[in-house]
Write a protein that binds this ligand. Structure first.
Ligand code: FES
Length: 119
């Protein structure tokens, strides 16, 4: 099953996922340190911004050897996009359960409004 994320200008793929309420695996929350956020580009690679040094160093020094040389591997916390066609693969990405984030969405509030109007 796939999900579609709207990634804002200057935002990484993982940051977009976190902003939109998804769990994207991490231990360092975007510091290019844990490499847990790593993802594989499976399509639209022309829409991926080239790696900067912090990302390439993390991949070179912290990734397992079999992934270091895979040119489709990127750190989602550093991966920025330039177009709509980038497709990446990542296990463990899912929407945060409502009970987990303890937040009320606008949709929840509008339901409350309509219920109030009926009573
Ligand atoms: S979130 Fe830790 S390296 Fe990307």
């Amino acid at each position: 099953m796939g999900i579609e994320l709207e990634v804002r200008k200057g935002e990484s793929v993982a940051e977009a996922a976190w902003r939109l309420g998804y769990i994207w695996p991490t231990l360092c929350w975007g510091q290019a340190d844990c490499v847990v956020c790593f993802t594989k580009i499976v399509g639209g690679e022309v829409c991926a911004q080239p790696m900067e040094e912090v990302e390439s160093d993390a991949i070179r020094f912290k990734m397992p050897p079999r992934l270091r040389t895979d040119r489709t591997v990127r750190l989602a916390c550093q991966l920025k996009v330039t177009g709509d066609d980038l497709v990446v693969e990542k296990r463990g990405v899912r929407l945060v359960e409502q009970e987990d984030n303890n937040m009320i969405s606008e949709a929840d509030e509008s339901v409350d409004e309509s219920e109030r109007e009926r009573s």
